[in-house]
Design a protein around this ligand. Sequence first.
Ligand SMILES: Cc1ncc(COP(=O)(O)O)c(C=O)c1O
Length: 401
Amino acid sequence: MPDDSKPHGHAFATRLSHVGRAGTNVHAFVNPPVHRGSTVLYPDIASRKEAGNKRFEQALVYGTMGTPTHWPLENAIAEIEGGTHCQIVSTGLAAVTLPLLAYLKAGDHCLMPDSVYGPTRGFCDTMLAKMNIATTYYDPCIDAAGLGALCRPETTVLYLESPGSHTFEVQDVPALAAEAHRRGAKVLLDNTWGIHHFQPFRHGVDVSIQALTKYAVGHSDVLLGGVTVNSEEEWQRVRSAAITLGQYASPDDCWLALRGLRTMAVRLERQERSSLEVAAWLATRPEIKSVLHPALPGAPGHDIWKRDFTGACSLFGIVFRPDISVESTHAMAEALQLFGKGASWGGYESLALPTTGFVTRTAGTGEFGGAMMRLHIGLEDPGDLIADLDQGMVRLNARRE
Ligand SMILES: Cc1ncc(COP(=O)(O)O)c(C=O)c1O
């Protein structure tokens, strides 16, 4: 495993405490204030004209170009991802669609993992299809040779999501990225699960996507996305598309995300530990066929995770034994008292979401031989969560008898 613990001189937790602030030897409040605004005033027409040349910089031009509240968050996300620039957008899904629009044009071909987040698939199958941009869904566990065979002369984007956020296939990002580059395609990665545990630009990624809605915000009350790049060339592409599309995020939301980031290191550490405790307990249960947690030894994708990641988040899947019906797993989910039944993840609270029948696959993958459930482990005591799952299993088993 690479030593990613102090890539910028300080440990991750230290960097999260200090990034985007004015410093410690200042006469000021600790946190940057919220700047709200659309109109920017200029002392004269010449300076207004000059501001037009600063659209790719962090400069006061017009509200949509960013404010002093957006910049600390952009800098923090770029730092976390190990990139040079970040564009903050309104949602995680907007962080997906923005670079797809930036890098694809009519007649192009895009490669998408079959495990991709559902609304990303929806965007490809509707908006991109309408623009005459073709998508091929591929097995997320494909190797470089298999991927190469799917590439066409007009393939301009290889999209990755590793691990898949419902079925947790860990992709061989370095090998797939190298193959895509060899064929002249750009590599886009949804790195929401990896956060800082996967450093995208060290593994050949060109554009890294984060749904900041999840662990960055951390409290399930704000939607936000980040698109990070590591070169001036990619920044021009992404930033131009963001400006052209009128992408923007509320400064209040940016401020809340920056506030969330200050505690993200401890939340992640605790949630990772708790998720592994719960996952290990589930792996011993007779009702469970397999646990899809890449950080759990023996789980699918664990070897690649160990090679490329420095840690894990707290989202994982379970597959029930084949004799357990989907309805029984629904009864179990409904019996849980500490797990909410809902989408999204990364907040302080635990969630349980049966996924069988809710996930679309078209490339013949995603068959795990049993009903499935996705669990997000929050900040509750793991012992309490295990006790809740235990009593949920009683309901599940009662339903089977
Ligand atoms: C992997 C992944 N990417 C992107 C998104 C989209 O994020 P948002 O809900 O902020 O649009 C989600 C949301 O669940 C997700 O799970």
